[in-house]
Design a protein around this ligand. Sequence first.
Ligand code: ZN
Length: 273
Amino acid sequence: MKCIICSNDADATGSHIVPASLIQNCVGKHYREESYSIDAKNVNIDLYFGRDNLKNTSTEIKKNHYKEDHILCQACEKNLADIESEFSINFLQKFREERFKANFIITNDQNGTETLTPKNLTKEKIYFYLYSIIFRYCMNCGRKRGQYFMEESDLENIRIFLNEYMYGDQAVGIEHLKEFNMVITFDKADSNGSFISSANQFKNPYIFYFCQPILLLFRGNLDTNAAKIFGEINGKRYEENLEEFNAEMNKIDINDSERAMKTYHMLLQKYRS
Ligand SMILES: [Zn+2]
């Protein structure tokens, strides 16, 4: 097997598809996990308990849902592990804590949407982190179930970005993201998260739930897309639509795994009628 990013021999084992630090609120701490893998296509639910989870009464050794062997090479694995711990330290462990406020540039808009920009992480690093998760998630689902969620050309652009970011020219890598615009939503008040999935019926935006963050990945020009998404004639700027999207989504129960989708449909209805 070849590494999904750089095409060298995929000699790493136990690679995380979604970082443990990101999903521990959904599946439990590493080795104490309780996770359900739902394969909607084949109507198959697989339950996994980590080796130290007390509910694990089985001696059967099952595979962790978010870990894979022979998907990455050692070098890519190391690079991803480094960015994951950096993101965890500078963002995940701090953004909900009042005492770490100084680590962020915080702006608020009139709808109550707060934007946090970590001072110790560059935009490129954050993109590298998030796109690497999207890419691993899609490639892994694709290899296992034939469902890649994203168009092949979009996945290839992300792969080139990741590869250039690590081993080549970062500016060249960033060029390959120019078709995309990512909206990143974390719930600051609640760390419980939703679950880990994507929806294959959405191509623009692509929607990913990685427990804590909800990622909306828009392709093409933002203004055109926002107009497309929230009705061709609402005439509002993208930023206004986004504020409304976030404000409406926050009214829906955090445990509702469909909240982004429901918000999307609600706004679509509103501006179409
Ligand atoms: Zn590699």
